[in-house]
Design a protein around this ligand. Structure first.
Ligand SMILES: [Zn+2]
Length: 331
C-alpha cells in the first residue's frame, strides 16, 4: 500500500520453472505437470488482477490525465522465466511468446481468440520471437512487445495478431487510463510507481471476493491517477507527505470503484477486512492512519459518490474530488 520511487521489474518473480541454466537441467528430475500447474496458478492469479484492473482503468478513462488505447491483452515471453526450456516443455510451446491473459470484458477478452498460452507469432508485422533475448530472466523483451502493441494501437486504433497455427485476428482498441498491472511471483506487497501497479502473489486480498479485492487494486491505481509518485519525488517522502497521499488514495478508492461498476461500499469493506489483520506492524506508523480511521475516511466519500452517480451518471473525481495536496506543488 505504498508508493515507491522505483521498483525492480515484477517479471523476475515468475513461478517455478527452476532457476537453473539450460546446461544444468537434469530432465529426469523435472516434474513437468507440477511445473505446468505452478505456471497455471500464477496465470490464474494474474487473470484475477487483470480482470479487476481492466474494469478500473476502463471505467475511469473519462477522468484520467493520461489515456491510452488498449485491447486488454497481456502476453508472456518464456525468455523471462528462470528456465525457459522447462517452461517451454511444460506448456508444450515451440516459440517464446503466447497469451498470458485477456482481461474479461476487454476487446481481446470479448473476441474469444485469446485463450491462455495460445502461441503468438506476429504482432502486426513483427514477430517478437525473432527479437534478441538473454538466456533467462530476460524480461525486457516482454516490455518491448507490450510497448510495440501500445504503439500500434496508438497509430492504428487496433492490431492484427497472428497465432502459431497461422490464424490472424484483428482487434480494435478502446480508451483506458494508462497503467499496467503486474503480478509479482513472490511477496505480499502492493505498490504503485506512477505507470504500473504491482501486486505480490501472496497479497492476502487475493482470497477475498472480487469486489473486495478490487479495493487494493483501486488504492494502488489511485496513487497513479493522482500522480503521487512524481509529487513525492518533488516534495519529499516525509511522513506528513506520505500520509496525505495515502489518505487521498484511500478516499479515491470508492470513486474509481463506483465508475468501474463496483458498489463503492466495497472500498470500505476492503479496509475493514484487510486492516485488522494486516495494517499492523510496519504500516502502523505515523505515515498511515489506523485502518479504522482509513475505513471512516472512505465511508465519508460514499454519499457524495452516490449523489453524483444519481445526478450525472458517473463519479467525476477529476472535478469533484477534494485534494489533500496541491498537485502542482514543486513544479
Ligand atoms: Zn498506498
Amino acid at each position: 500500500m505504498r508508493v515507491f520511487a522505483a521498483i525492480a521489474c515484477a517479471c523476475l518473480g515468475l513461478p517455478a520453472a527452476a532457476a537453473a541454466l539450460a546446461s544444468d537441467i537434469n530432465w529426469d528430475r523435472v516434474d513437468l505437470p507440477s511445473e505446468r500447474a505452478a505456471i497455471e496458478r500464477f496465470q490464474a492469479f494474474d487473470q484475477r488482477l487483470q480482470d479487476v484492473g481492466w474494469k478500473l482503468v476502463r471505467g475511469n478513462a473519462a477522468f484520467c490525465d493520461r489515456v491510452i488505447p488498449s485491447i486488454g491483452l497481456q502476453l508472456q515471453d518464456l525468455a523471462s522465466y528462470g528456465a525457459p526450456e522447462v517452461a517451454r516443455a511444460a506448456l508444450g510451446m515451440e516459440g517464446d511468446f503466447a497469451v498470458q491473459t485477456a482481461a474479461r470484458g476487454s476487446p481481446a477478452g470479448l473476441s474469444g481468440e485469446f485463450p491462455g498460452n495460445r502461441e503468438v507469432t506476429r504482432l502486426a508485422r513483427m514477430d517478437p520471437n525473432q527479437w534478441e533475448a538473454g538466456e533467462r530472466l530476460y524480461w525486457q523483451r516482454l516490455t518491448k512487445a507490450h510497448d510495440h502493441v501500445d504503439a500500434m494501437l496508438a497509430e492504428h486504433g487496433g492490431i492484427e495478431v497472428t497465432f502459431a497455427n497461422g490464424e490472424s485476428v484483428k482487434v480494435g482498441s478502446v480508451d483506458v487510463c494508462a497503467t499496467r498491472f503486474e503480478l509479482m511471483g513472490e511477496g505480499s506487497r502492493a505498490v504503485a510507481d506512477g505507470n504500473r501497479v504491482v501486486i505480490g502473489i501472496d497479497f492476502p486480498g487475493f482470497s477475498y471476493p472480487e469486489e473486495v479485492f478490487a479495493g487494493v487494486v483501486a488504492h494502488e491505481l489511485a496513487h497513479n491517477l493522482l500522480g503521487h509518485s512524481a509529487w513525492l519525488d518533488r516534495n519529499g517522502r516525509g511522513r506528513r507527505n506520505v500520509r496525505k497521499t495515502e489518505r487521498e488514495a484511500d478516499r479515491l478508492m470508492p470513486w474509481i470503484m463506483a465508475n468501474a461498476g463496483y458498489d463503492p461500499v466495497f472500498a470500505q469493506r476492503f479496509m475493514e477486512q484487510w486492516g485488522p489483520r494486516h495494517d499492523g506492524g510496519l504500516l502502523r506508523n505515523r505515515s498511515h492512519d489506523g485502518w479504522d480511521e482509513r475505513a471512516e475516511f472512505i465511508a465519508e466519500e460514499i454519499p457524495t459518490i452516490h449523489a453524483l452517480i444519481e445526478s450525472e451518471g458517473a463519479a467525476d473525481w477529476r472535478t469533484h474530488f477534494r485534494r489533500e495536496i496541491d498537485p502542482q506543488k514543486g513544479l
